[in-house]
Design a protein around this ligand. Structure first.
Ligand code: HQG
Length: 179
């Protein structure tokens, strides 16, 4: 089983296009494991897929993108579907980080950090993680420091993705330190 390919397919289904797979996400973005299996097994490449493969996919992944709880699976972040995934707002650490491309900096200075195509802005717990995120778009990414606690105190929502990824509402540039 190609777990990377499987993970990409499941991220696509659970973050962006559940209806394409005949799936309906519940409020926190979960679907029954069995329903996801049935949907994926219709594809030639996944016809031998078993529940155990989904567990292995999560275990062997470089990032914790998905979670299985009580026979349900969900993506932990990254959603773009129109129905917003419900997340509990929680107090963030003092600083969070955001790795981005040099070409976006002027616009971020003017408009702040926006969710763009996703439901939430994605932030990193540390600089190292932010560098990895930013490198997806620029070989020399820019690392922004977000005054998360201050923004939270002023009413901006923050939410947990996984141990390294935080989510938030839009962040105005007054809460962002540019290098
Ligand atoms: C930028 C991956 C111009 C923002 C990663 C980013 C992450 C602006 C891009 C997760 C802007 C959106 C999410 C503004 C924000 N003007 N550009 N005002 N505000 N941007 O992919 O944070 O591997 O939606 O800086 O590791 O890069 O898929 O967000 O460059 O955790 O699991 O708009 O996706 O995880 O890009 O990445 P994205 P992101 P996975």
């Amino acid at each position: 089983m190609n777990y990377l390919k499987l993970s990409k397919e499941i991220s696509y289904a659970l973050r962006h296009s559940p209806s394409e797979y005949g799936l309906e996400l519940d409020d926190n973005g979960s679907v029954n494991l069995e329903e996801l299996l049935i949907a994926l097994k219709k594809k030639e490449e996944f016809k031998f897929l078993e529940a155990e493969d989904l567990v292995k996919m999560i275990e062997t992944s470089d990032k914790k993108r998905h979670e299985i709880v009580n026979n349900k699976i969900r993506a932990l972040y990254g959603h773009s579907i129109s129905t917003k995934i419900q997340k509990d707002a929680i107090e963030p650490p003092q600083y969070l980080y955001h790795g981005t491309a040099r070409r976006f900096i002027q616009s971020i200075k003017e408009n702040g950090l926006l969710p763009q195509d996703r439901q939430y802005v994605h932030l990193s717990i540390d600089i190292e993680t932010a560098i990895q995120v930013g490198k997806r778009r620029d070989k020399k990414p820019v690392i922004l420091t977000v005054k998360a606690k201050l923004a939270w105190e002023n009413g901006v929502g923050f939410y947990k993705g996984n141990d390294k990824v935080w989510l938030s509402d839009a962040i105005k540039s007054e809460y962002i330190e540019f290098p």
